[in-house]
Each structure stands twice: as C-alpha cells, then as structure tokens.
Design a protein. Structure first.
Lengths: 114, 116
C-alpha cells in the first residue's frame, strides 16, 4: 500500500525562525517520486519540488531545503528564516507503481507570525 | 511550466441542479487528467482518473453517476456534478500530466462549489 504521513497538523512560528515539515512515506515500489506542494489561502497548488527514488541528494533552493532519506522513508522540508508569505498548507505527495496518481499526505498548516 | 486552466473558479448552484467544471491543458496534450476533491482543512482526495477517449476510472466510494467525467480531447476534461446537494459543496481541483509516467502533475486553480 502507498501512504504519506504528515504528522504535524499545524505549526506556528515567528518570522525569521527556521521550520521543518516532516513527511514519511510508504511504498513497496523501488521506483517512485516524491513531491512537495504549497497551497496558499487562494487554493491553488504550487509545485515546489519533485524527487525520484534514486536521487538521495539533498536539495536547496533559496530558503527552502529538502532532506530525502530512504533509510527512514522520509522527505522533510525545511524553510530557513521563515516569512509571513510562507504561511500556507504544505502537502507532501507520492507517485509510484508506474502511475501518475498523486497520493497526498494530510498536509501541514504553517502559520508564520510577524 | 505547463499551464492547466480550470473554470469556473467559484460557482454557487441550487440543490438539484447540475454543475460542469472544465479542466484544460493549455500548452501540452494531456492523455490523463485527475480530479480531486478537498473538504475544508483536509487533504486532497483523488476522485477519478480521466483518460482521453475512454471511460474514467473512479476511486472506491466515488459515485460514477453522480460525478460524470468526460475527456473528449487531449486538452479538455470535464467533471459534471449531477443533481447537486449541499454535501457536494467542496473544493474540486484537477491535474494533468503530459502522459509520461511519474512526471510532475500540473494543477488547475480549483473550483469552489457551493450548493444552496
């Protein structure tokens, strides 16, 4: 079975704090893809990153960084020096088994306060 | 990046009427499109996979006769909520892939449906 778990329902931080959003996934497939999406209050989903199962290199994009560890089946997302504009719901998602169906985690609601 | 356009963004309809939502891939051909539903403060739940030129594949628990999906061309899929009821009020969002396996899904802007 495929499953994505985002244990943190809501996180509240003060601006400039660093924050890590956790994501744990389950799949029996050896080839799979992991994604992070941001959903601001307007509702649309904004693509942040896609990582395949064969690439465990961590990635940094500006204030965003991702830590992919197959040993713990985790794909965590860190925002450094958070800003109010980072306030949104963040979804981790999984695609595996040769299909394009995204399996979403429950999402983590991040609130960044001034 | 590729663009997926969803229309309308908001719709209010009376109970018992039907509502059609369109999902278009603007700059690529989408052999497969997906329809998701999202209740307030909840995650996105896949409703069905829309396949161009063939019948849609529905997830368990989704009523086929209630949520009609048509994928008549490589750039357009439609979701029709038939005989809508207040419990159908939700945020509906579509996504499209270019057809290659495990590629990035591009999402539409979503449609907020309110049935009164």
């Amino acid at each position: 079975a495929q499953k994505v778990t985002q244990a943190q329902t809501e996180i509240s931080v003060v601006e400039k704090e660093d924050v890590t959003l956790d994501c744990v996934y389950e799949t029996r497939d050896t080839t799979y893809y992991l994604f992070w999406y941001k959903q601001p209050p307007s509702g649309e989903l904004v693509f942040l990153i896609r990582r395949n199962s064969f690439d465990e290199q961590n990635e940094i994009s500006g204030r965003y960084s991702w830590n992919f560890q197959k040993s713990t089946s985790s794909f965590n997302f860190t925002i450094t020096a958070s800003q109010v504009v980072d306030s949104a719901v963040y979804f981790c998602a999984l695609v595996s088994g040769g299909y394009n169906k995204l399996i979403f985690g429950a999402g983590t609601r991040l609130a960044v306060h001034p | 990046g590729a663009v997926v356009s969803q229309h309308p963004s908001r719709v209010i309809c009376k109970s018992g009427t039907s509502v059609k939502i369109e999902c278009r891939s603007l700059d690529f051909q989408a052999t497969t499109m997906f329809w998701y539903r999202q209740f307030p403060k909840q995650s996105l739940m896949l409703m069905a996979t829309s396949n161009e030129g063939s019948k849609a594949t529905y997830e368990q628990g989704v009523e086929k006769d209630k949520f009609l999906i048509n994928h008549a061309s490589l750039t357009l899929s439609t979701l029709t909520v038939t005989s809508a009821h207040p419990e159908d009020s939700s945020f509906y969002i579509c996504s499209a892939n270019s057809g290659m396996v495990n590629t990035e899904a591009f999402f539409g802007q979503g449609t907020r449906l309110t049935v009164v």
